[in-house]
Design a protein around this ligand. Structure first.
Ligand code: SF4
Length: 240
């Protein structure tokens, strides 16, 4: 599975861009993949990829999963960062069920009892539906984030809803330190919860019920789904 369109050789691009700077990867994808988008959680590290988007393709659609369970600070940051960067096309993707409807259908606190089902309803299904309109997308996934992400290719062809798509991770090779350095160098606004004010640190930010601050010495994603073995919401677990 190497070609999304008859003229697009994804495997060749994957080899050629494996060590490329993120902006070069993004520029290739925007130019080569019909109907390309970027997904963003508007979390602690999101400003980096979105800033790169403004340099390469400022009109690129930005897909934001508005799960209905975000911290209020994330929703504020979604607006202020978009405004700061001049992003013109941020699309809020919402689940078919409102939070109250999900509680009626599945019982309250599904995120505690079965977070995989909750993520499937509130994240995976809305993203699948949105991506049906695109030939590919970029995300901010990095190899240093989780074991599951440790072999993330910079460019790959994946099956999404049974359809081949190009998936791009321009920052795959970057480390958390690279991200911090980029945020500092470009003086980018930080997520309000991402700092370490009062000794509280949220270096990875998802839905409020499934995110806690980390303690000193913990892994940067230790605060995600910390009461279960879950480490991924599922939006990056496509068939390859
Ligand atoms: S992160 Fe938690 S609250 Fe958000 S969709 Fe997944 S299980 Fe539900």
């Amino acid at each position: 599975m190497t070609a999304v369109t008859p003229t697009l050789d994804v495997a060749e691009a994957a080899d050629r861009l494996a060590l490329a700077p993120p902006s070069q990867t993004l520029a290739w994808a925007v130019g080569a993949v019909p109907r390309f988008a970027v997904s963003s959680s508007f979390g602690a590290d999101s400003a980096v990829l979105l800033h790169l988007v403004t340099l390469v393709a400022p009109d690129l659609p930005v897909l934001f999963l508005d799960t209905g369970l975000h911290f209020p600070e994330t929703l504020v940051y979604r607006r202020t960062l978009a405004q700061h960067l001049g992003l013109t096309d941020v699309r809020d993707l919402r689940p078919a069920l409102a939070v109250s409807e999900q509680a009626r259908a599945h019982g309250g606190g599904l995120y505690l009892r079965d977070p995989d089902v909750c993520c499937a309803i509130r994240k995976v299904a809305p993203l699948d539906a949105a991506l049906a309109g695109y030939g590919g997308w970029a995300s901010g996934v990095r190899r240093d984030q989780t074991l599951e992400r440790s072999a993330t290719p910079v460019v790959e062809s994946v099956l999404r809803g049974g359809r081949p798509m190009v998936k791009v991770a321009p920052l795959a090779r970057w480390t958390a330190a690279d991200v911090t350095d980029y945020l500092d160098r470009h003086d980018l606004p930080r997520h309000p919860l991402a700092g370490r004010a009062a000794g509280v640190a949220y270096p990875s930010i998802g839905c409020a019920p499934c995110t806690r601050p980390i303690r000193p010495g913990e892994h940067l994603r230790a605060g995600r789904w910390s009461t279960s073995a879950k480490t991924e919401c599922g939006i990056h677990l496509e068939r390859r």
